[in-house]
Design a protein around this ligand. Sequence first.
Ligand code: NDP
Length: 398
Amino acid sequence: MSKVLIVGAGGVGQVVAHKVSQAPEVFTSAVLASRTQSKCDAIAAQITKRRNFPLETAQVDADNPREMAELIRKVKPDLVMNIALPYQDLSIMDACLETGVDYLDTANYEPPDTAKFEYKWQWAYQERFHEKGLMALLGSGFDPGVTNVFCAHAQKHRFSEIHTVDIMDANAGDHGYHFATNFNPEINIREITAKGRFWEKGEWIETDALSVHKTWDFPEIGPKEMYLMYHEELESLAQNLNGLKTIRFWMTFSEKYLTHLRVLENVGMTGIKPILFEGREIIPLHFLKALLPDPASLGPRTKGKTNIGCLIEGLGKDGKPLKTYTYNVCDHEACYAEVESQAISYTTGVPAMIGGLLMVTGKWKKPGVWNMEQLDPDPFMEQLNLRGLPWTEEITQG
Ligand code: NDP
């Protein structure tokens, strides 16, 4: 008997709500709460069309820990799933500590006025969660999330030493718009326009944004140009993998997408500092977000597949050179048929539900604040195959 409180009713929150309702043997009821309650109601209506599941909705401003704590006291959930934005991570963690409830999210905290994401703010909660016997699971999406679990699985079953990890994220989906982002435009553009960074021999090496790139032939998608970027899972994996020498993150972008992005950047539309416009302050990136298609609306238009995986090299358990490539391929149209969302929201929402499932069933229950690779990868890998994100592992010896 488990009740969850899902906070955030965007593209990813929608998938989480659908997937939770598909697992009534674990989740007996849920409350979906967000800043705009009508979005929660629309998702609840989609689910009611498909099956009977006790899903209630609520309104909350999760930036306000007191309001959040009040809602938690009213709902009495076993777990709070933070599927809102990275800006709300700390206020929701505070509310969980105050009310004594476990916490899960999909993206690490980012201060609204600086495009900089680091785990230090959330890792600082380790002792407080531990003392209260509560668990916080950080980054239970795909990347971060499944990519961390792929690395943990490789470390547990295949490698004695992992030397190199390349996380490669390809989206070959086509939504027919000139320019749109697949998840929250503000978070997405802040991430892409930031400097690139990778970890080598104990040091972070910085590169100009999107300046390092190469072609990779992705299974079921074909060759794509992928660009080196900084991504949050690099920070925790660099600490938690044995013998690691290099870890990098790559994401594919089309030439058309990059051209639009460059122009928007050049004219100042991606800025996050307020400017004065017709007598009032506006943040250019917020204005741009208002113009761009809502990621949740891309679902019915997107065709094609995603492929996200980890290419890992090192020494096998027998001490000989070993290479593994573990990935998932996800089809945008199949996702839409199942949960009325495109694959980017789907590949994030399914792992969030799996993380929650493992926590409420006690398979992943450990007081403290944890990144995904710090927990046993086996039950998570098993659930991926059962819940819509099957994986393939290619192994090359020598
Ligand atoms: P959306 O912008 O589509 O949705 C965000 C939701 O959060 C909206 O419903 C929004 O409400 C709500 N929200 C925002 N602020 C508050 C607040 N103060 N109080 C309550 N609710 C609030 O984003 P996505 O669904 O695309 O992304 C959700 C999260 O998933 C993000 O943190 C994103 O970074 C993360 N993500 C993680 C990935 C991974 O692989 N790990 C990949 C993709 C995304 P309103 O509608 O009123 O604005």
